[in-house]
Write a new protein. Structure first.
Length: 469
C-alpha cells in the first residue's frame, strides 16, 4: 500500500499526538503535581549550574523521568506497532541519520524543561507573584494523593523531601507566571480556521502479477481417479515390475521438476488490464460505501480478489491545515467534500503506482474536532506571545547556563517501573504525573562559541546551553 503501515502510523502519530503535545508544551501547561517525602540523601553531583543556583542530580532526574513518562504516553501507539519494546524505541534515532536517539533527546528535553521552570519561577518571584492560599493548598494536597502512583520515580531519582517540595512549588509558580506573561492573546477566529471534517473510506491498488494456476487442485482431481482403480495397482505384472518405478534414470532426474529454468515465468497483468481491474474495483467499492458499508466491510469484499488489494481509511478528521500539509492525497480531496458526499479518484504515487481512493464524508462540521481546534489555536497564540517574551528573558540575564553533559549522560534508560509504589517507599509521591514547562521548540545546545566560553568558566566538561526558544 502507498506509504506502508509504518509511514501511516508515523503520520497519524504526528497529527494526533505530537502536535497536541507540542501545543501543550509550548504553552507551558504545568500542573500543580509532583512528589514529596523525606529520608534520602541528596545527590552531590552538580548537573546544571545557573548564575545563582546549582542544580543537583536528584532534581534533574525528576525532570528526566517525568519527561520519559510523558513521551512514553504520547508515543504509546507508535511504540506498540513499530518497536519490539520501549527500549527499542529509546535506542532508535529521532530521525534517519540524525545521530540522536530518543533517549538522548529526552535528556536534552528534560534539561530544557528544567531551565524554563527555573527561569519563570525566578521571574515570578522578582515580579512579586506568589501562590494564593488555595494554590498552596493544592501543592500541599499533592503530597498525599499521589503517594501510590509515582513512588518508584521518587525512589529512583533519590530526591530528598526539600528537592521534591521545591520541584512542586516552582512548577506551580512557573505555570502561574506563564499565564500572566501570555495574557491578552486574541480569541477571535474564522470558521475555516477551526472547522474539522470527519470522513472515512478505502484505498485500492491493482496487483501486477496474475495468480498462478493452482497445481494442488489439478493434482487433487487426478489422484482420486488413479486410486479408484484398485485392479491396476493390484495387478501382479505391475507390482512385480519394481524396475520401472525404481529406475535410476527416472528417480535420479529431479532437475526436471525443480530446476529453476523449468519453473513457469510469472504472468503479469498489462497496464491496460491493471487499469481495468482498478476501475472495476473502484466502482464496486463506491457502490458498497453508498450502501452504508463500513471500510472494514468493504475491504472484506475484496479479500479473495486476485486482481486488487484493498485497505481501510478509518474515520479521521481533516482541517484546512492538514489538507495542505498531509503527504496523503485524500486529505486535500476530503477538505472539498460536504456531508454525505462520496468521492472516488485515482492518483499515482511517487513511484508511479496507481491507487484508487473512495471517500465518504460523515460530517463536514465535526463539533468535537472544532472544540479541539479552538483550544489549539489559543495555545498557539499564547505560545507565540510567550516565545517572544521568553526569548528576551533568555537573551539577557539568563543567557547562559552550564550543563555537565558527561554527568547527565550517565543517566541511561532502564525498564524499571516509574509508576507504582516501591516496597518500602521513603518519599510519598504526588497524585498525578507531573507536567512542567517545556521548550517552545525541540531543545538544542548553544552555539559553539557560547559552549566554549562556559566550559572555560566552569573548568569542567560543562557546556553552556541556551534555553530553547
Amino acid at each position: 500500500m502507498t506509504g506502508g503501515p509504518e509511514a501511516f502510523l508515523k503520520e497519524e502519530f504526528m497529527k494526533k499526538h505530537v502536535m497536541k503535545i507540542a501545543a501543550a508544551l509550548v504553552a507551558a501547561v504545568m500542573l500543580v503535581s509532583a512528589f514529596s517525602g523525606c529520608g534520602l540523601n541528596r545527590s552531590e553531583e552538580i548537573v546544571v549550574r545557573m548564575k545563582d543556583e546549582d542544580i543537583y542530580m536528584d532534581e534533574v532526574k525528576l525532570y528526566i523521568y517525568q519527561s520519559q513518562l510523558e513521551m512514553e504516553d504520547a508515543y504509546s501507539i507508535y511504540i506498540q506497532y513499530l518497536y519490539s519494546d520501549a527500549k527499542a524505541f529509546w535506542d532508535a534515532e529521532v530521525s534517519q541519520n540524525s545521530g540522536t536517539t530518543y533517549w538522548e533527546y529526552n535528556l536534552t528535553r528534560a534539561i530544557s524543561q528544567l531551565y524554563q521552570v527555573k527561569v519563570l519561577s525566578k521571574e515570578a518571584k522578582k515580579a512579586g507573584v506568589t501562590l494564593t492560599e488555595e494554590e498552596q493548598a493544592s501543592v500541599d494536597a499533592a503530597y498525599t494523593s499521589f503517594t501510590k502512583s509515582y513512588g518508584n520515580m521518587i525512589r529512583k531519582s533519590g530526591a530528598s523531601a526539600d528537592t521534591v517540595r521545591r520541584f512542586i512549588t516552582e512548577n506551580a509558580l512557573a505555570n502561574k507566571y506563564y499565564g500572566i506573561m501570555t495574557e491578552g492573546y486574541a480569541t477571535d477566529y474564522t470558521d475555516e480556521e477551526v472547522r474539522g471534517k470527519r470522513f472515512y473510506g478505502v484505498y485500492i491498488q491493482a496487483l501486477t502479477v496474475k495468480p498462478a494456476p493452482d497445481e494442488d487442485e489439478d493434482e487433487g482431481e487426478d489422484t482420486p481417479a488413479e486410486s479408484a482403480a484398485p485392479t491396476e495397482s493390484a495387478a501382479p505384472e505391475e507390482s512385480a515390475a519394481p524396475t520401472e518405478s525404481a529406475a535410476p534414470e527416472e528417480s535420479a532426474a529431479p532437475t526436471e521438476s525443480v530446476a529453476p529454468t523449468e519453473a513457469p515465468e510469472e504472468e503479469k497483468f498489462t497496464d491496460e488490464e491493471q487499469q481495468a481491474n482498478l476501475d472495476a474495483a473502484m466502482k464496486k467499492a463506491e457502490a458498497l460505501i453508498k450502501e452504508g458499508k463500513t471500510p472494514s466491510e468493504v475491504t472484506e469484499e475484496f479479500k479473495d480478489d486476485m486482481t486488487v488489494t484493498a485497505a481501510n481509511i478509518s474515520s479521521r478528521v481533516v482541517t484546512k491545515a492538514t489538507s495542505q500539509d498531509s503527504t496523503y492525497p485524500y486529505y486535500e480531496k476530503a477538505w472539498g467534500m460536504s456531508k454525505g458526499d462520496t468521492l472516488s479518484f485515482i492518483q499515482d504515487d511517487a513511484n508511479g503506482v496507481k491507487t484508487a481512493y473512495i471517500l465518504y464524508m460523515e460530517d463536514d462540521d465535526d463539533q468535537d474536532s472544532k472544540a479541539s481546534s479552538i483550544d489549539s489555536l489559543y495555545l498557539s497564540r499564547r505560545a507565540q506571545i510567550f516565545k517572544e517574551k521568553y526569548t528576551e528573558l533568555t537573551s539577557g540575564a539568563y543567557r547562559k547556563f552550564d550543563v555537565y553533559t558527561t554527568t547527565i549522560g550517565t543517566v541511561v534508560y532502564s525498564s524499571d517501573p516509574l509508576t507504582g509504589t516501591p516496597a518500602a517507599p521513603t518519599i510519598p509521591p504526588s497524585t498525578s504525573a507531573p507536567t512542567t514547562a517545556a521548550p517552545t521548540t525541540a531543545p538544542s545546545t548553544a552555539p559553539a562559541d557560547a559552549s566554549t566560553e562556559a566550559g572555560t568558566e566552569a573548568g569542567t566538561d560543562a557546556g553552556s546551553t541556551a534555553a530553547a526558544e
